[in-house]
Design a binder for this molecule. Structure first.
Ligand SMILES: [Cu+2]
Length: 137
């Protein structure tokens, strides 16, 4: 059984390689000019559109917090999730920050419970241009 299937796979690979080498012009036409450009344009768009923040969630993606302004009721626990390939922090603005995460690697999350109404600006210590806010009602 196993020997036969390996032989079949080997034959299939040989056949595929044969087809490629027999028809280089056709492959070059169909793949080379269009594929890299399409991949480059399609990948970031779909990745950017994929992560959707749930209720009381902020998604970190493409060096941005989303939503940039999250409005919640007092007593709400907000969770930030880093979907980016780079590490980011969630750090409250101010001399004595009310909250602050360690650097969050890809897939890491951080939570904080907001008990007092107000507007809480925060940023990423690693990339200080990344700014957002939580509004607590
Ligand atoms: Cu960052």
């Amino acid at each position: 059984m196993a020997r036969i299937s390996y032989r079949l796979i080997g034959a299939a690979i040989a056949a595929a390689l044969g087809i490629v080498s027999l028809a280089p012009a056709a492959f070059a036409q169909s793949t080379a000019p269009s594929m890299p450009g399409m991949d480059h344009m399609a990948m970031p768009t779909s990745q950017a559109a994929m992560p959707v923040a749930g209720p009381n969630q902020v998604i970190i993606n493409n060096f941005a917090f989303g939503p940039a302004t999250l409005t919640v009721k007092r007593g709400t626990t907000v969770t930030w999730i880093n979907k980016d390939g780079d590490a980011h922090t969630v750090t409250a603005v101010g001399a004595k920050p009310l909250f602050g995460s360690n650097p969050l690697d890809t897939g890491d999350s951080f939570s904080f419970t907001f008990n007092e109404p107000g507007t809480y600006a925060y940023f990423c210590k690693i990339h200080p241009t990344m700014k957002a806010a939580v509004v607590v009602q």
